[in-house]
Design a protein around this ligand. Sequence first.
Ligand SMILES: NC(=O)c1ccc[n+]([C@@H]2O[C@H](COP(=O)([O-])OP(=O)(O)OC[C@H]3O[C@@H](n4cnc5c(N)ncnc54)[C@H](O)[C@@H]3O)[C@@H](O)[C@H]2O)c1
Length: 281
Amino acid sequence: METLKDKTAVVTGAASGIGLAMVRRFARAGAKLVISDIDDTKLKRALDEVTGLGASAMAMTVDVADESQNRALFESAIEKFGQVNVVCLNAGVQGSIGRSWSLSKDDYEWALGIVLGGVIHGVRTFVPHLVDHGDGHVVITASVSGHVSSPFNAPYTIAKHGAVTLAETLFHELQMERSTVGVTCLCPGSVKTNIANAAAALPPGSAGSTKGKLGNQILEMSQQVVEDGLDPAVVGEQVHDAILDGRFWLFTDESWDGPIAARATEIAGRAQPRFRAPNFE
Ligand SMILES: NC(=O)c1ccc[n+]([C@@H]2O[C@H](COP(=O)([O-])OP(=O)(O)OC[C@H]3O[C@@H](n4cnc5c(N)ncnc54)[C@H](O)[C@@H]3O)[C@@H](O)[C@H]2O)c1
């Protein structure tokens, strides 16, 4: 795709953080926008902002975990703009934090439903349309957590591994079909967004909340890591450029390259797994 000007971009989780940064950047590029989020209030604010930037835009409240709401989003986008070109499957939550065996069935189902289910529903809903007209690009927001197995966040980590493999599978299939539709697998490291604060705001005991003292400590640590993260505007710029370049892998920084490479070597050498954080020696 040479430009986003006059192309229609659908973004989920567009009311905050990385999704909001994408729609701001796409608006400046002259794209038509379909923005969606589960948070109605923030979504209205985002719509005001992008229309203020001169974008032709519509907003729709959508829970990505619900397949029928994804379909309704697609139908509304087609009704409004006639075609969709860019689809950013980005909505996500941090998921429950605690030992994998202490988390409930609801903890797993909730995070997997949003973080992986949202991507699966989005691919099934939008990709046939993109393949039909050929002028399309799919951005799947995965994570470095889709490449390493960090302890105490199993639902999220499982979902992100699934998102990475779905993005790669989709890429291979489109290549084999000689489709002109592109795919980007966005793997952020730490980005300064609302994700950890949203987790902290959940009622104790609910799906998605932390479990026990250990869970609270880990959540505090991840709040700090996110707080020290990249400005989301940088990621919005990177996503814009990756779409134009047709680039598959998009890592927002290099801090997890060492642990990811070490894990691959460990697997090929049949060595016992060792958890490594960024800047390990
Ligand atoms: N911030 C980071 O450091 C980081 C790192 C790796 C990956 N990511 C991924 O980036 C994506 C965006 O997260 P963010 O960091 O911008 O967080 P954020 O909390 O600022 O934004 C996420 C948005 O998704 C929305 N959302 C949550 N559940 C939803 C649902 N069921 N349906 C529709 N919308 C829903 C939220 O309302 C929010 O507006 C997520 O997939 C996240 O996992 C973030």
